[in-house]
Ligand binder design. Sequence first.
Ligand code: SAM
Ligand code: SF4
Ligand code: SF4
Length: 377
Amino acid sequence: MTETSILLADIGRARPAATPLQDVHVPADGQLLDRLARPLTDLRISVTDRCNFRCSYCMPKEVFDKDYKYLPHASLLSFEEITRLARLFAAHGVRKIRLTGGEPLLRKNIEALIEQLAALRTVDGLPLDLTLTTNGSLLARKAKALKAAGLQRVTVSLDGLDDAVFRGMNDVDFPVTDVLAGIEAARDAGLGPIKINMVVKRGTNDQEILPMARHFRDHYGGAAILRFIEYMDVGATNGWRMNEVLPSADVVQRIGAELPLVPLEASAPGETAQRWAYADGGGEIGVISSVTQAFCHDCSRARLSTEGRLYLCLFASQGHDLRPLLRDGASDADILSRIGHIWHGRADRYSELRALRGPDTGGEAGPRRVEMSYIGG
Ligand code: SAM
Ligand code: SF4
Ligand code: SF4
């Protein structure tokens, strides 16, 4: 049986047979490559499937209502289980860990998890690049404690400066001033450079592009990097339509017409954002063009769900359950081997295939995709 056929047969099984580590062909530097020769360098860990916002593009109210069944506490990975997996991923070459969700700051005592993760080292003996993505609602209260626990940086999502637009997009009437206070607290705590993520929906908040660019340039300069994300067809509940996507090229053109921009080199391979600098040295912005310019060719990200399933793509419909290994007494070598096999079998490139099929084919029927609030953005 080939390695690939073992993998496919194993998906969803509770307890795959352990394979000796030496059979996984882990290179001496710990670097794993998938079937498209992409390394595994980046792990996103969802620490909760709950959120206090109801952004229509992620957790629409009609679906995530009071009857929605969230994961029971016992099925969540504990901090010790998350840290053990993170250590093993680091042994396989992971250098960057991003905590996400749902809203990660809703997970009780998240600072304790950050402390444990901050103590881990890469294969080169360096601290991991440890960061977190948040909607910012609890950041003003928590920024100092997060920094003290060892968090290095933070990404804050903010879809506009106009209070009515922002309240409408988070759909729980949350005011923009509280998120702005969170961003300031993060800067004051030293959690920078802060990245600000704005999902752009044509006809909903695209009029906020320039006010956002001006605000973060004028108030933060190089201390904040505003990134514009194309609205994506993630999950199965957001009713995505191509005509609501504003291509990143249009975002760059709109900003550049008022504030001239020059392209920058990517700072690391596998980086999701294309970088642009203000020509006068006033800082930089990024655009994440997953719909109009897919970047699967160097995607080095894996995602670990709140209950321990490993997903190889944001658009996957199935994950590989690692929790039984953790709870049934598997050794570190067993788990390393399992992760190695899973990554070796990876050939996911959803966004590139969507682009090949034609621009308006996202969100169409097929295996039901997992929700972003479950595996993390
Ligand atoms: N709750 C946190 C937050 O909003 O920052 C972390 C989780 S959220 C799922 C992670 C990121 O995914 C956020 O920046 C969010 O804006 C983005 N996101 C969610 N749904 C999206 C969609 N349909 N298209 C593009 N980005 C999306
Ligand atoms: Fe919550 Fe983040 Fe999803 Fe908005 S994008 S609903 S804040 S998880
Ligand atoms: Fe990576 Fe999947 Fe996104 Fe492509 S579509 S960049 S493989 S997560």
